[in-house]
Design a protein around this ligand. Sequence first.
Ligand code: HEC
Length: 180
Amino acid sequence: MRVIVQLWIVAVVFFTLAAGAREAASQALAIDQGPDWTTAARNDFYTRDQGSRIMPLSWMQALQQPNGTPFLEANLGRYGYLPNPADVRGMPVGFTVASQDGVDTIGMTCAACHTREIDVQGAALRIDGGPAIVDFQGFLADLDTAVGTVLATDAAFTGFATRVFTIRLRRTSRRHCAKP
Ligand code: HEC
């Protein structure tokens, strides 16, 4: 009986620790970079528009990977870009959405290439300003392929245009609904 109770305690402690480790892995821990580097400063670094314009956001949202899944799938994590839970649009760290002639446009900032995350005994540590481990060349090459694909045939372009139209329509109706 005593052995069974002890086993239970060991099991409970083990699963509690395992759950803690998982939690730590999903939530990166920001290292202390001095009193001026506040959460607000960090979020500003991650999202502030620096003037970069890649293409309209709706185009990027409508582009697809060769297997048909959205190009922006999983916040571009496949290239090493880091999730930014504070960003309401789901953009990764260092990817901005700014208005260009009234059109939401995606851009990139220093933070995309200069935010490092390292794994220390199962815990993710965020180091703002550190060199990122990202495949920028792969990102650009794949984006080029995705754009080339929609330009290659009328059918592909029509599919792309329809997705852009739907995304913009949805966004406009959401904005209207949000108005008091
Ligand atoms: C597309 C990715 C990318 C973007 C965006 C980017 N950088 Fe870099 N940066 C790099 C890479 C890669 C290096 C390393 C170059 C090397 O080692 O030769 C670097 C190096 C640097 C260095 C030198 C670091 C050292 O230790 O010598 C500084 C400073 C720097 N970047 C600042 C910036 C600032 C400020 C911005 C935004 C205005 C920025 N970078 C935007 C990729 C980027």
